[in-house]
Design a protein around this ligand. Structure first.
Ligand SMILES: [Zn+2]
Length: 322
C-alpha cells in the first residue's frame, strides 16, 4: 500500500465552484483590479527578468505540452518549460493549475494550455508549490486572465501576497508579482473539484509553506498515485546566522523524515530535472504509455537531496563560526 495514503487525516472538501457564468475578460479584469487594491504594486523589473533569462535559459526553453498520465481528456498534463515544471489538471468543471513559472510566464502557461485544446480562461483553481518567483511569478497573470481562486499554505501567504522572498524581503532580484491568496490549505487537506481530488502535504524548509500535492490518476483501468513535489533543496536559503526564517533547519529535517518512505507511482516536481523528465518523455513518445511510472524514483531523489542539505548545513555553519 502506498505510504502516501493517509486514513486519519482531516479532509476538507472544498466545494466545487458553482458552475460559473462565463468568466469574461471583464470579470477577470475587475476581480484582479479589486484584488490589486489590497496588494502592494509589483516591484518586478524588466531588467531583472532579462538577467534571470540570461542565467537560466532552460527556464525559458519551450517544451511542447503533453499528458504525463491519464486518459479521455483527464489526468495531469505538463505545461511548463525545459527547466520549470507547471502542471494542468483539466476537469469537466474547469481546470486546476499547479504553479505559474517566472513573473513573465503566465501567458506562456496559458498558451501551453490552449495548445492542448483547453481554455486558460476555464482555470478555476490555482495551486502553488512554493512562494519563490520561479514558481509563483506567473500566478498573478493567470489569476487575472481566469478569475481563478488561489489556494496556498499559511506559511507562504505573506510572500505570495507581498511579492517577496521570505527572509530576503528587500532583495529586488527575488521579487514576484504580489498575488492574493483566497483560501488557506493545511497539511492533509484535500482540494476537490470536478471529480478530481488533490491532497496537500506541507513539506517546509525550501520555503516556509512549501506544499507538495498528490492525486490519483486512472489509466488502463488502474489508478496511479501522482506526486508533485515542492522541493527540499537548500538553493539560496540561509540555514544559520541568521536563518532564512525561524525554524528552517527543523523544517527541512521534518520534511526528510516525513517523505523518506514515500513511494508515489509517478514522481513529478517543479524542476523537470528532479524527476528526469526528458528521458521519460522520450520513452513515452516511443510508445510506452506508463513511461512516467516508477515508484522508486522519488525515494532515490530525496535521499540525494537530504545529503545535499547536510553538506550545506555543515558548510554554512563552518563559514559562520566565529
Ligand atoms: Zn524555490
Amino acid at each position: 500500500m502506498s505510504s502516501l495514503r493517509f486514513s486519519i487525516l482531516p479532509s476538507l472538501l472544498l466545494a466545487a465552484c458553482a458552475p460559473s457564468p462565463d468568466i469574461t475578460e471583464t470579470t477577470g479584469a475587475e476581480s484582479s483590479k479589486a484584488q490589486s487594491e489590497s496588494l502592494p504594486a509589483s516591484r518586478v523589473t524588466a531588467e531583472n527578468l532579462v538577467k534571470w533569462r540570461k542565467d537560466n535559459p532552460s527556464w525559458y526553453a519551450a517544451v511542447a505540452p503533453f499528458r504525463v498520465i491519464g486518459e479521455d481528456g483527464a489526468g495531469i498534463y505538463y505545461v511548463g518549460t525545459e527547466g520549470l515544471g507547471m502542471f494542468l489538471i483539466p476537469t469537466s468543471e474547469g481546470h486546476i493549475v499547479i504553479d505559474g513559472g517566472m513573473p513573465d510566464q503566465g501567458p506562456m502557461v496559458a498558451e501551453a494550455i490552449s495548445k492542448l485544446g483547453f481554455d486558460p480562461k476555464d482555470i478555476k483553481i490555482l495551486l502553488n508549490s512554493h512562494a519563490h518567483l520561479d514558481h509563483s511569478g506567473g500566478l498573478a497573470d493567470l489569476k487575472a486572465m481566469s478569475g481563478a481562486e488561489l489556494i496556498a499554505s499559511e506559511g507562504d501567504r505573506s510572500a505570495l501576497e507581498g511579492g517577496f522572498y521570505l527572509g530576503s524581503e528587500d532583495e529586488d532580484f527575488l521579487f514576484a508579482p504580489p498575488v492574493k491568496v483566497d483560501r488557506i490549505i493545511t497539511d492533509g487537506e484535500t482540494v476537490s473539484h470536478g471529480g478530481v481530488a488533490l491532497t496537500a502535504h506541507i513539506t517546509p524548509g525550501h520555503s516556509r509553506g512549501c506544499t507538495s500535492w498528490t492525486m490519483d490518476v486512472e489509466q488502463g483501468g488502474k489508478y496511479y498515485e501522482v506526486l508533485v513535489f515542492c522541493s527540499a533543496t537548500v538553493a539560496a536559503n540561509r540555514l544559520v546566522n541568521p536563518p532564512q526564517y525561524e525554524g528552517i533547519v527543523e523544517d527541512y529535517r521534518s520534511t526528510f523524515d516525513k517523505t523518506r518512505d514515500w513511494t508515489p507511482d509517478v514522481f513529478l516536481a517543479n524542476h523537470p530535472g528532479f524527476f528526469g523528465m526528458a528521458k521519460k518523455r522520450e520513452r513515452q513518445q516511443a510508445g510506452d504509455p506508463l513511461a512516467f511510472v516508477d515508484d522508486e524514483a522519488f525515494g532515490k531523489f530525496i535521499v540525494r537531496v537530504e545529503g545535499w542539505f547536510k553538506d550545506a548545513l555543515q558548510k554554512q555553519s563552518a563559514n559562520s563560526a566565529p
